[in-house]
Write a protein that binds this ligand. Structure first.
Ligand SMILES: *Cc1c(COP(=O)(O)O)cnc(C)c1O
Length: 421
């Protein structure tokens, strides 16, 4: 037998892709629970969870079984027919939340697109065409369709895509005066993420969210929560707003709803939801039996109080551990977020270097996310154990101790930071 020659797994090949992404150097080929593996069988603890999607980790036996069972029965019938999994999922979402009506789609952007169209339509019906303004937050993220990037608060995502839909007003998150000034009788909706996810893992103060509710009531506008990232147990509650004591008129879900199978949902009260009448909106794939069947399993699992208690316990463990790493290495100044949506903010001397920290973590066997260039973001599977959490923290400490030493040596050596990767 000849000796096996070790070759590293092939790097990502995006040569035939439009260049929208910059994938990390490791290409996962399989996953189980909180772990990913590359083609060499090297294992990585996944604290990214497919961007807050893999709530039950990878290849969860319940989800695999549900998907296999449904795959052998019925994949797709379109909205020409009803289907039992979608009916059951809609009923269950209504039982567990404020909602009385649900519209299904395939992604977060689509769930929000439906929410914003519905808000515009309700505005028209309540106050005529002038009542069309949408008030949203700077730094917020709502998806990548033209309407959802326009409502989102990142100008970089709309530049060169103009003209944009008009009638959208942005205010700084947490600023009560700006909000008060922006909402008036021409407002059809105020749109909030309870924790701004892509915008840097920024929880909104409960008083600010309550203020938004009061202003919507005063001006006959709808309060829309985008819970695409914060929903489905992520914050230790099925939906983040359930802990804030503020009920929206519309709430969107996607990401973890299908645990990795694409599905989006727009939830609303009956009074609001019933205004999206026949023919006013639709989707070929929305509420697809495969997606709905898997989502029903996810919803059942993430509404279990034991799982939600795990989210809260692991959150405390991560926050303590990350703060300790921040103190020992000097890499972070602040750790914030809710539940297992956590952000560790780089110290000012390391501002802009989140990508380098992400690559260093990967080299040490841990997948993390960034939010912008200054925040390391963790959105691990909600099923992560205490031992896995401890292991992840230990690897991050090793990675960041080494990285900070390298950064400081480079700064001392040539008087400037090394080039970013
Ligand atoms: C990810 C995300 C979206 C967009 O979801 P897609 O499935 O990528 O379209 C919208 N809103 C929030 C808050 C998100 O985190």
């Amino acid at each position: 037998m000849t000796e096996a020659v070790h070759t590293a797994p092939a790097p990502p090949d995006h040569s035939a892709f439009m260049p929208t992404y910059r994938p990390l150097p490791m290409v996962p080929v399989s996953g189980a629970g909180c772990w990913l593996a590359d083609a060499d069988g090297r294992r990585y603890l996944d604290l990214a969870g497919g961007i807050a999607v893999a709530a039950l980790g990878h290849a969860h036996p319940r989800l695999v079984a549900a998907l296999h069972d449904q795959a052998a029965r019925l994949w797709h019938v379109s909205n020409v027919f009803s289907n039992r999994p979608a009916e059951a999922l809609a009923r269950r979402l209504c039982e567990l939340t404020f909602a009385e009506r649900v519209f299904f789609s395939n992604s977060g952007a689509e769930a929000n697109e439906a929410a914003f169209k519905l808000a515009r339509r309700v505005g028209h019906r309540r106050g005529g065409p002038d009542k069309h303004r949408i008030v949203a937050l700077r730094e917020s993220f709502h998806g990548r369709t033209l309407f959802t990037v326009s409502v989102g608060g990142k100008p970089a995502y709309t530049e060169t895509f103009e003209p944009l839909p008009p009638g959208i007003v942005h205010v700084d998150p947490g600023d009560h005066e700006q909000l008060e000034a922006a909402v008036d009788d021409r407002t059809c909706a105020v749109v909030l993420e309870p924790v701004l996810g892509e915008g840097g893992v920024l929880p909104l103060p409960p008083g600010y969210v309550r203020h938004a509710r009061e202003l919507c009531d005063r001006h006959d506008a709808l309060l829309v929560f985008d819970e695409v990232q914060t929903g489905m147990g992520r914050t230790g509650h099925l939906f983040a707003h359930q802990a804030l004591g503020v009920t929206p008129d519309i709430c969107t879900a996607a990401k973890a709803l299908g645990g990795g199978f694409p599905i989006g949902a727009t939830l609303a009260t009956a009074e609001v939801g019933d205004q999206l009448t026949r023919g006013t909106h639709g989707s070929t794939f929305g509420g697809n039996p495969l997606a709905a069947r898997v989502a029903l399993e996810v919803l059942d699992a993430v509404s279990d109080p034991a799982l939600l208690a795990n989210v809260t316990a692991r959150s405390e463990q991560f926050v303590d551990g990350l703060r300790t790493i921040g103190r020992s290495t000097g890499i972070f100044t602040d750790v914030r977020g809710r539940g297992l949506l956590l952000g560790a903010v780089l110290a000012p001397e390391f501002a802009g270097r989140a990508r380098e920290a992400q690559l260093a973590a990967l080299e040490a066997g841990v997948c993390v996310l960034v939010a912008g260039t200054d925040v390391i973001r963790l959105t691990p599977p909600l099923i992560i154990t205490a031992d896995e959490t401890a292991h992840g923290l230990e690897r991050l400490e090793v990675a960041f101790t080494r990285l900070v030493r390298r950064w400081r040596e480079a700064a001392a050596g040539d008087g400037g930071p090394e080039g970013t990767v």
